[in-house]
Design a protein around this ligand. Sequence first.
Ligand code: G3P
Length: 218
Amino acid sequence: MKFFIDTANLDQIREAQDLGILDGVTTNPSLMAKEGIRGKENILQHYLNICEIVKGDVSAEVIATDYEGMIAEGKELSLLHSQIVVKIPMIKEGIKAIKYFSRQEIRTNCTLVFSLGQALLAAKAGAAYVSPFIGRLDDVSTDGVELIRSIVDLFHYYGFETQVLAASIRSSMHIIRCAEAGADVVTCPLQSILGLIEHPLTTIGLEKFLSDYRKLNS
Ligand code: G3P
């Protein structure tokens, strides 16, 4: 399973990269706005900065919602850097855009996926990734991880190459459950990744090892 970080914050991306386990980055307009990145030139430069830190796929989302607009923006983003994956929303025009990019061998990440039917259409259109938002499903009393499991099963059954990228991860437990469900990728906040490291017995065990060492070596 690949680990992506879901942020546009360069410090957090560097910290995750320093761990040595980072495979890529996902961004979206809200995450870019959170970092105060505004204006086309600054936005494009920010994607380039991210690509310099991480040697993996970097999802960059189009703002247009019409077919022509998505094609124009997606082409510009894909030409920016070979690591860029064009993020396209799961709407009717988006499906057409994904199909277009697939024919051009430009990789896409279909975002805002909340159902098996949406995932099926994205895969059929040739998306490289499909991004079900599991936290937002949980928010409306629907089991997001179960959707991951269903999509993974469906894609395996039909042999789709589209990777299942679990998004809207809110906790370390989400990551573990997505791994158990067979997600190809999880994109997570830094804290959820770091939370996987923690265990009270590890802390207690390490303290004991070190205190026993010090008793004889100080
Ligand atoms: O990857 C999608 C993510 O950024 C959305 O997360 O927590 O806003 O639902 P959240």
